[in-house]
Design a protein around this ligand. Structure first.
Ligand SMILES: [Mn+2]
Length: 427
């Protein structure tokens, strides 16, 4: 069974690198088919890191919704219509199924081969050397598309009298078979979450797939589970610190590349140990990882920071969405986005345009409010642009600056410094 390791939506460096490294650790400790994925586009900084260490970037996946192609039965043959009927019947018998789909010479679904439909031929003692295409086939009232979401078709498929459904791709070509019983089975995937635990913040479709493990350093707002799961959480500055610790506890040494990826996650989340979220464990793990990696944490941090400022290169819509997290608290839904920008002047120049984009996002998603935290990692300050509920904005404990943003001197952490302020303003 496949296991995906995945960080939060709008992934940051810590999310991507902790997924990459934890997949490596789980592979070494015996999880068979494990793959790190990214919930959407990889950030430029993560691409820089992968390139720097010669690592193939992890795969980007838009969602993990279960689709028909994920539950197709790979062992069942598709019968070509131009083979002799007698050979097709041998395949049918060997499959142990009551019918099998027939693929026409044009690649399309031609019908189901089923003995019941062939009884007439036997009675007439017809020549079974005729081809499948010449024999009577029974039609099937339900054809599935390989990209259909299982969620959308499950109830219709379960009610359908047939036990097998032919599956066609977007070009109309027959690509496989789904057995009805597949709709009653557990999904063929498992999830390991890193750097988040709130289902809302996870990859779309997460709610359909069982979570077997969480490794995280955020507040806990996880759903209750049916089965016991492995849950690793601590108040450290980076999920990569926890993953490094797990390598050590398992007696495994990360390779040079994995050590470099873990360092990148630690220094980018702690802003090279400047952020108040920084814990002793972050520094301790970095010292160990530097030896394995052969590169200094500060050099990796400088490399990551050399990547162009997002505000200078992105559209306003993209900039506010690139690291946005949705929260539901006290009956209110809101988004807090964060972006790093060492030149706040770039932000002020585009402030009106960004405010308009935030207004549009608030309206489109029916939010109570949305805040964009622009953090200057070099000077160690942030500014906050909040749009939406006036009462919330007034309740926030920050002074308004000249440009109309709220000034947050010394504030670097959304999680540890800003979010508590917002939560107390809401209560
Ligand atoms: Mn993190």
């Amino acid at each position: 069974m496949k296991t995906y390791v995945c960080g939060h939506r709008n992934p940051d460096v810590d999310s991507v690198m902790s997924a990459f490294a934890l997949a490596d650790l789980r592979r070494r400790t015996g999880t068979e088919d494990v793959e790190a994925i990214s919930a959407g586009r990889l950030p430029e900084k993560a691409l820089w890191l992968f390139n720097h260490f010669g690592i193939r970037p992890i795969r980007q996946k838009r969602d993990v919704y279960l689709r028909v192609r994920d539950v197709m039965d790979a062992s069942l043959p598709l019968i070509p219509s131009d083979i002799p009927l007698i050979d097709a019947l041998k395949q049918l018998e060997a499959s142990g199924e009551s019918s099998l789909p027939v693929k026409g010479t044009d690649g399309r679904f031609a019908g189901m081969l089923s003995p019941a439909k062939l009884l007439g031929l036997f009675i007439a003692k017809s020549d079974l050397l005729m081809s499948v295409g010449e024999a009577p086939l029974h039609h099937c009232s339900m054809q599935l598309h390989d990209f259909d979401r299982v969620h959308d078709i499950r109830s219709a498929a379960v009610r359908n009298p047939h036990n097998h459904f032919p599956v066609v791709d977007e070009r109309g070509q027959l690509v496989g078979t789904v057995l009805k019983r597949a709709f009653a089975e557990e999904p063929p995937y498992r999830m390991i979450l890193v750097d988040h635990n709130e289902i809302d913040q996870g990859i779309p479709g997460l709610e359909e797939i069982p979570v077997i493990e969480v490794v995280d350093h955020h507040r806990i707002a996880f759903a209750s589970t049916r089965d016991p799961i492995k849950y690793t959480a601590d108040t450290v500055g980076s999920t990569c610190t926890l993953v490094a610790r797990m390598f050590r506890a398992a007696g495994e040494r990360p390779t040079r590349e994995v050590a470099g990826a873990l360092i990148a996650g630690i220094v980018s989340d702690t802003l090279l140990f400047q952020s108040p979220t920084t814990a002793k464990a972050d520094r301790d793990m970095c010292v160990w990882l530097e030896k394995l990696c052969g590169e200094k944490a500060e050099d990796i941090f400088a490399g990551l920071m050399s990547i162009a400022s997002p505000l200078a290169t992105m559209s306003a819509d993209k900039a506010i969405a690139s690291d946005a997290k949705t929260y539901t608290e006290g009956g209110r839904r809101f988004v807090v986005a964060q972006i790093e920008e060492s030149q706040l002047a770039v932000f002020h120049q585009r402030q009106a345009e960004i405010a308009a984009a935030i207004d549009a996002a608030v309206k489109a998603s029916g939010l109570d409010f949305m805040a964009l935290m622009v953090t200057d990692p070099v000077r160690g300050n942030s500014e906050l642009l909040v749009r939406g509920s006036e009462s919330v904005i007034r309740a926030l404990p920050y002074r308004r600056g000249q440009s109309g943003t709220l000034l947050m001197p010394g504030v670097l952490s959304r999680k540890k410094q800003l979010l508590p302020g917002i939560l107390s303003a809401l209560s």
